[in-house]
Design a binder for this molecule. Structure first.
Ligand code: SF4
Ligand code: SF4
Length: 120
């Protein structure tokens, strides 16, 4: 994915217009059925070539709500096919063939641990 919005999201809308690639949808359009915002992993570019850091997380008022996730690259497609979204659900993607950019300075360990994008 890139980044993932957790269940502490308060549906405040602060993030959605900050995304340069319209990867975020609100609770009404969350394809997983959860009632909070969702980032499409096959659309998120981690704000690479747009901003120095993920704009959604910079705008989010909820601590640790937006965290790193695995990158939507060829090497990690299997992750997104499993039930690795929240509550053992599957991710929903529009384009399974997409290959998305990732920030190389974010380790796979931090991504797997879903550490907060904005550090405390
Ligand atoms: S990291 Fe950037 S591209 Fe990804 S969802 Fe957030 S604002 Fe959009
Ligand atoms: S800014 Fe944070 S709390 Fe507000 S809708 Fe986006 S993810 Fe949810």
């Amino acid at each position: 994915m890139a980044v993932i919005i957790g269940d502490t999201c308060i549906n405040c809308a602060a993030c959605i217009d900050e995304c340069p690639v319209e990867a975020i949808v609100d609770e009404d359009d969350n394809p997983t059925g959860e009632e909070y915002y969702y980032v499409y992993p096959d659309k998120c570019v981690e704000c690479v070539d747009h901003f120095d850091s993920p704009a959604c997380a910079e705008a989010c008022p909820t601590e640790d709500c937006i965290t790193w996730d695995m990158p939507f690259t060829a090497d990690h497609k299997e992750f997104f096919k499993g039930n690795n979204y929240i509550d053992d659900q599957a991710y929903i993607v529009d384009d399974a063939d997409a290959i998305m950019p990732m920030r190389d300075d974010i380790s796979l360990e931090d991504r797997a641990a879903r550490v907060s994008v904005v550090e405390d």
